[in-house]
Design a protein around this ligand. Structure first.
Ligand code: PLP
Length: 433
């Protein structure tokens, strides 16, 4: 098909014909790490709570009680599938809000503690106690936030906000060439003290699964609470919130079959959190606003479906991912897999390509019906080099040549062949090979 025996001009002609003939074919969606379809079963489960059981769960009448019972049941099921207790779950509008609530909420709780201590000292009679400063000095251990250098902007920008408005010091913990957090550096910084450490469970750009369990132990040994961004992990690989012993953990529904704009923060009561959305006190006072009952049901059902047969499903997903990696390497000599080659998300293959701009490659592939991403969803259109790749030590040019292929269903071998052929054709069309 790619004309192994043909001249390169012939090959190009054939390939541009291939583009024409590829167009009517169904699109191959390989951007599940950005968002994915909502299964009919999830829509079916949530619909009655939009059309019939639409009462406000805070209302005392029968309709309100029906909605409240459904919300409780969804919360319990959702918690069980994440190794959490029902009381740990704070439903939010998605992963971004969950990350904001954890990072800002825990830091603001620290500020409240300092204000209360200061007020108590001021009202005490002894002059020594009255001279206690109103807040910890900038860059005291209480005003440090540790974040891995590859955190999603939802975490990194929340930490930056704490720096901008409250002068917190944001300490970035480096990663190695495969994006694993440097646990020695984490240990060193945790021992210097911090209000919070943030470590993602799986990286959105390169798929690397982080050693979160060890990171939590290291931080807890130094009495530093830990927030885990599990947005890419939840619904894809097993997540055990209580087993992991994390203090907070963020989840996003649209990564595993729930509609967009739904997520949760799992919290342990041992960590104080200030709400960042104030109002009627729903969700244990941590996230005011009338709960999205149908959305909570969608989250619970989608997560449960994702967990049903997950092990067997992931074995097939890994096999097709590895076949895709091999096919891409064969089709484009010089294509380099990024991230951990083994300990990575099952349906995630990310590459850097030689002599090409990732955005240009993405656009050309799109014209051939292959939909991929050039980095994190949030960076698309801004032509920024993916931050994870820069933190891994790649140059700006290398980082800008990145593409991510992500999928939740195993790829058929004909799909893999089609992707490899399209990639080869695109690279040739862009004069990159
Ligand atoms: N954290 C990670 C690791 C992500 O990949 C994303 C989204 O891609 C988010 C947080 C934000 O989640 P949401 O899209 O639900 O706001």
């Amino acid at each position: 098909m790619t004309g192994q025996n043909a001249t390169s001009q012939d090959t190009q002609t054939q390939e541009s014909q291939a583009v024409q003939s590829d167009r009517p074919e169904r699109e191959l969606y390989l951007d599940a790490a950005a968002s994915d379809a909502v299964p009919a079963s999830v829509i079916e489960a949530m619909t009655p709570f939009l059309t019939e059981g639409y009462g406000n769960p805070s209302s005392v009448h029968a309709s309100g009680k029906t909605a409240a019972r459904a919300l409780d049941a969804a919360r319990a099921s959702f918690a069980t599938d994440l190794g959490a207790h029902a009381g740990d779950v704070i439903f939010t509008s998605g992963g971004t809000e969950a990350d904001n609530l954890a990072v800002k909420g825990i830091a603001l709780a620290q500020i409240r503690r300092e204000r209360e201590a200061s007020a108590a000292a001021a009202s005490a009679s002894t002059p020594a106690r009255a001279s206690t400063p109103a807040s910890a000095s900038p860059h005291s251990p209480a005003h440090r936030i540790l974040i891995s250098a590859v955190e999603h902007p939802a975490v990194a920008q929340s930490a930056q906000w704490l720096h901008d408005f409250f002068d917190f010091e944001v300490v970035r913990i480096p990663v190695d060439a495969q994006a694993h957090i440097d646990l020695d550096a984490l240990s060193r910084e945790a021992r210097r003290g911090a209000t919070l450490a943030c470590i993602m469970m799986a990286n959105n750009e390169v798929g690397t699964i982080e050693p979160v369990s060890r990171a939590v132990r290291i931080c807890h040994d130094a009495a530093v609470p830990v927030h885990v961004d599990a947005v890419q992990a939840a619904g894809t690989i097993p997540v055990d919130f209580r087993g992991l012993d994390a203090d907070t953990l963020a989840v996003s529904g649209h990564k595993f079959g729930a509609p967009k704009g739904l997520g949760a923060l799992l919290t342990r009561s041992r960590v104080a959190i200030e709400p960042i959305v104030s109002g009627g006190g729903q969700e244990r006072g941590l996230r005011s606003g009338t709960p999205n009952v149908a959305g909570a049901i969608a989250l619970a059902v989608a997560l449960h479906e994702a967990h049903t047969g997950m092990e067997e499903h992931n074995t097939r997903l890994v096999a097709s991912r590895d076949a895709l990696v091999e096919a891409i390497r064969d089709a484009v000599p010089g294509a380099t897999l990024t991230g951990d080659p083994v300990n990575r998300l099952p349906g995630h293959a990310s590459f850097i390509f030689p002599n090409v701009n990732g955005e240009a490659l993405l656009v050309d592939l799109d014209a051939r019906g292959i939909e991929v991403s050039s980095g994190s969803a949030c960076a698309i259109g801004r032509h920024e080099a993916p931050g994870t790749l820069l933190a891994m030590g790649l140059s700006e040019t290398e980082a800008k040549s990145a593409l991510r292929f992500s999928f939740r269903e195993p790829l058929h071998h004909t799909d893999i062949r089609r992707i490899a052929q399209a990639l080869r054709a695109s690279m040739t069309a862009l004069h990159a090979m």
